[in-house]
Design a protein around this ligand. Sequence first.
Ligand SMILES: [Zn+2]
Length: 119
Amino acid sequence: MRDDFDAVWQELANAVMSGMKEWRLQHPKATLREIETALDERLGKMRARMLEDVALASAAADVSQTSEAERPRCPTCGAVLTARGQPIRELTTHFDQTLRLKRSYTVCPACGTGLFPPG
Ligand SMILES: [Zn+2]
């Protein structure tokens, strides 16, 4: 886990809190549902960024840096998978936030199956 997560995540949390205070001043008569939506939007951004950071810290983000014993195995035939670069993988998560994850793409040397290993 990177040490600088603390500072970055603190900033994200501060942005959610100050953004919400500002929003409340601009919407003094908002309904509970409107407040909830505004809060979810802000938390959704924070959530997506934290998810990216944690996912990038996992071993599956860069399989080439793991030892042979730790490498994922082919779900089809069980052979140890070989890393084939780290393309950016875009996924959509809650609150319509885009995650951009740099993930190892792996190929099975035995049967040719290609996949992004989970984890
Ligand atoms: Zn295979």
